[in-house]
Design a binder for this molecule. Structure first.
Ligand code: XMP
Length: 509
């Protein structure tokens, strides 16, 4: 185990992620974690993160100085490095030049931290203060042009500090440096894998929940599915999953969720499927304005869930499938911030529970997927594309009707099938069909038609904040288009959306 002590920096979770990439188990804890607790956890190493403060500020977070006497190797990064120097008698001041961005760093290869690392490489700097003078017993082992103390070490005490950020990809040799700290300094074995996360988490959940009752809103997406399986393995039937089918899911999706989580599936849990389709259709009838549609669906969802929760009665825990990127959105460095699930905004107010459990809050999306595979969840679910809470309602431009939903489900089903046949389903970021509110003239046989146009959308994106239209092979688009107009009633035209985001959004509404 390696402990990352969080001083509020931007990249804290990234450090943990990098450590885990080296197959070393790692946990992030607030900087004020007590010495007793640290001793009890018996870590092989400790990493101090960066942070927005200045070490000589009045309210700046400082660690218990006793930590340096525990004999545990420590690596301080950025603020963590400055704080280590400050606490041990070095001098930290405002740097004459603020360094931000890529800098060339020159390292001393005789340091264990920099063994096998290029002597000159690019590192990522982001600091206003700098270490003017290292503490006694420390030796400078890296410099940049404007930073005379880019890294220091005290070999005897096994204390290391770097001003730059080895955890970000811009630091070319960063992974090697972290690996050197973990293996050469801390002596970690590097045998941790996702199965250990799964095991540890299940054990932790079992302990936490005890005999309590647990409630989870299951959407069928990868996050809530993985959370459900973790809880099911931990406490079995003490878990109730409520799956609200709002009738706006993709073709066969409701049944697929039921197959996996329902009574005939492999998991031990209480599964409640609420077939609320008609309630949503009635509320949505005749409503064309996108924001009103979203609001109606959100509110109705809460109402349905609330009714189910009332039937179940008071529960001890409510599970949320929050993952680390959601935590970032809610404000970094403050572990108390709790974000209600995207799709069920405001939910906690409506349900009688004591505590929220978020078993995935330390994981990135790809790590959640790895955990899902580890847990034996079908690939189809694990690699499911992002799907918006309001579902197909925001992929039907204008008012929603059952007929339109069916048209879209069929067309979208064909698109997804052909993408899978072409092997594009795992490489393209997100793709789906939308039903435009445009009708146009066509000809079928000798008959004139006046029918809907389906729009195909496929995008590549890393963060979903920006996206490029994917350049799908023409034969795939052609096949999809011909199948849709032939197989789906009331569609006589297929369009391909080649707009990026911005200016378009990924969804149509
Ligand atoms: P936009 O349309 O904003 O979509 O470019 C960006 C990403 O967010 C997804 N999305 C949603 N996800 N609830 C969700 O959980 C929503 O209301 C919602 N709206 C959009 C969208 O599918 C894309 O991946």
């Amino acid at each position: 185990l390696v402990i990352v002590l969080d001083f509020g920096g931007q990249y804290n979770q990234l450090i943990a992620r990098r450590v885990r990439e080296c197959h070393v188990y790692c946990e992030v804890h607030p900087y004020h974690l007590s010495l007793d607790k640290i001793k009890e956890m018996n870590p092989k190493g400790i990493i101090f993160t960066g942070g927005p403060n200045s070490v000589y500020g009045e309210d700046s977070p400082l660690c218990d100085p006793g930590i340096f006497k525990l004999g545990i190797p420590i690596l301080g990064i950025c603020y963590g490095a400055q704080m280590m120097m400050h606490q041990l008698g070095g001098k930290v001041t405002q740097a004459p030049v603020r360094e931000y961005g890529k800098m060339e760093v020159n390292v001393d290869n005789s340091s264990k931290l920099f063994g096998n690392v290029l002597t000159n490489s690019v590192c990522w700097m982001s600091h206003t203060d700098y270490i003017e003078k290292p503490a006694d017993g420390f030796r400078i082992c890296a410099v940049t042009e404007s930073c005379p103390v880019a890294a220091v070490e005290n070999v005897a005490e096994r204390l290391y500090a770097v001003q730059f950020h080895p955890e970000v990809v811009h630091t070319q040799e960063g992974m090697k440096m972290l690996a050197n700290f973990l293996f050469e300094v801390c002596g970690c074995a590097g045998d941790w894998k996702m199965d250990s996360f799964v095991e540890t988490t299940i054990r932790g959940l079992r302990e936490k929940v005890g005999n309590g009752k647990v409630l989870l809103a299951l959407s069928g997406g990868v996050d809530s599915s993985v959370a459900a399986v973790l809880l099911s393995k931990a406490v079995g039937k003490q878990l109730t999953c409520v799956f609200v089918d709002h009738g706006l899911l993709r073709k066969d999706e409701g049944d697929e969720v039921e197959e996996v989580f329902g009574p005939n599936g492999p998991y031990d849990l209480n599964f409640i499927r609420v077939n609320a389709q008609q309630r949503f259709y009635v509320k949505l009838a005749g409503v064309a304005e996108p924001e009103r549609k979203r609001k109606i669906i959100g509110e109705e969802f809460i109402r349905v869930f609330e009714e189910e929760a009332k039937k179940i009665g008071a529960v001890d825990f409510l599970v949320q499938g929050t993952i680390y990127p959601d935590v970032i959105e809610s404000g970094l460095g403050d572990s108390a911030v709790i974000k209600s699930h995207h799709n069920v905004g405001g939910l906690p107010d409506y349900v009688d529970f004591k505590e929220i459990i978020e078993p995935l809050r330390d994981l990135f999306k790809d790590e959640v997927r790895k955990a899902g595979l580890e847990l034996g969840i079908p690939e189809k679910l694990v690699f499911r594309q992002p799907f918006p809470g309001p579902g197909l309602a925001i992929r039907i431009i204008g008012d929603v009707s059952e007929e339109k939903i069916q048209i879209l489900q069929e067309a979208d089903g064909i698109f997804r099938e052909e993408m899978a046949n072409a092997g594009l389903d795992k490489t393209v970021g997100q793709y789906f069909a939308a039903l435009t509110n445009m009708r146009s003239v066509g000809v079928m046989g000798d008959e004139r038609t006046y029918d809907y146009a389906i729009a195909l959308r496929a995008v590549n994106t890393t963060d979903f904040m920006t996206a490029d239209a994917a350049e799908l092979p023409w034969d795939v688009i052609g096949k999809v288009s011909s199948r849709i107009v032939n197989e789906v009633m009331h569609v006589n035209r297929v369009l391909y959306d080649c707009t990026g985001k911005p200016p378009a959004t990924i969804e149509f509404e």
